[in-house]
Write a protein that binds this ligand. Sequence first.
Ligand code: FAD
Ligand code: 2HG
Ligand code: ZN
Length: 462
Amino acid sequence: MDVLLQQLKCIVGDDGWQTDPSVLEPHLTEWRNVVHGRTPMMVSPETTGQVAEIVRACSAAGVGLVPQGGNTGMCAGAVPDASGEQILLNLSRLNRIRNVDAENFSLVAEAGCVLADVRSAARTVSRYFPLSMGGEGSCQIGGNLSTNAGGINVIRYGTARDLVLGVEVVLADGTVWNGLRTLRKDTAGYDLKQLFIGSEGTLGIITAAALRLFPDPGETVTALLAVPDALAAVTLLGNLRHALQDRIQAFELIGSRAMEYVQRHIPDVRLPFASPWYVLVDAAGGSAAESLQAALMDGMRDGTVVDTAIAKNEAEAEGFWRARHSISEAERREGIGVKHDISVPIASMHEFLVKGEERLARAVPEAEPVVFGHVGDGNLHYNAHLPAGLEPGREGELRTRISQVVYGLVAELDGSVSAEHGIGVLKKEWLEAHKSGVEMRLMRTLKDALDPKNTLNPGKVI
Ligand code: FAD
Ligand code: 2HG
Ligand code: ZN
């Protein structure tokens, strides 16, 4: 190990490595402080060439390498294991925007670019990069792609996977694959870039990406709605999409308990009304405001909408979105939460919620479900909170029981145990339980072929 550490120091230079425990500490646990790892060194390369040399050195030494972006991931995929023998590869210094091409509607960003900065860079040429989420001020494009992140605009623009034209990747043996093409159409052979998107650093290190830009969607109207239940929300979503077509940019469902937590823990959040369920909707482009208003009037008439608050200005819209984006932070402050980032077909969402509540109340009466999510994508964050002060061992038992209920229902409804956060380490057992033998075998075949020495993010996903 000492020889490897010396080599790594030479590759990245004096400013590119860290062994100081106090500096390393925030990089060794994930966002919710559930999983803790150890590392002898964190390296922070500035170029793709340095990443390639690091990968080559680790491969030669047979030492595991854990890529880390903004470390906002929810499944502990970016944290090294507890052995103290894995090197942490932090990509934050690999953060140049290499190219913005307004005419080609494309942008090339290095992996360490913060998502909010990529969105700003697109705006400088009057273009729009739609990937957007609560963590966008910290998460990085490499992390976004590696988890195939979703966020709030998937209903109109798709997930990270749909926003990528090409990637530059360092393979497990240190070879650099420059696949930064910006073509819209390319059927020449396998679509290799898609292998690396969503593979959480287990098949290659993404060092840069060519991203798809869109025309500026124009003025956005934001409305917070009170709806009677999730069934009404799904009906309303269908009606709004019919009336506004692809001008619906975001459609988020929020249960009252999530809003209660936000009001309890986040200062200065004011809601215009109280409701068992809220919907937050963004619409943009071609008289979206008028169309939305008319469609919401219809919703009031048919009972899918109980109350509406259309933001009068940007500050009010930001206030509504601040409440939505603060849910994870409010949950963290509330205490023990068991997270499930699931998806089911949109038409099954109501059934999922009704049966989920019944079964959870029976199996774990002390659990409080906190439900919110990207309803337009059939993606619910079905989190369950447990009371503080549980006896040692009891918490683990209840966590398992809760997840069995939730994932059991997911399986019945033909859903997924991970809609947008990935598998990391926290969901490995559930992946194994829910994928078919054929799928697991195919995944292992890919892993063995692309990383035969198992040095890229070992122990994650499979
Ligand atoms: P990290 O957490 O650093 O890493 C995530 C995974 O990718 C790890 O397995 C890591 O090893 C790997 N990785 C990182 N960089 C690379 C690279 N360059 N090459 C190869 N592998 C790499 N997610 C959503 O999908 N939708 C949301 O709406 C959403 N909202 C969020 C809100 C908040 C407040 C927070 C804290 C998180 C949210 N997330 C959301 C989760 C998280 O932000 C996303 O998954 C994000 O894409 C992770 O990016 P990151 O740079 O922080 O990645
Ligand atoms: C969101 O949609 C994120 O806000 C986080 O995906 C979800 O904290 C969560 O469970
Ligand atoms: Zn989400």
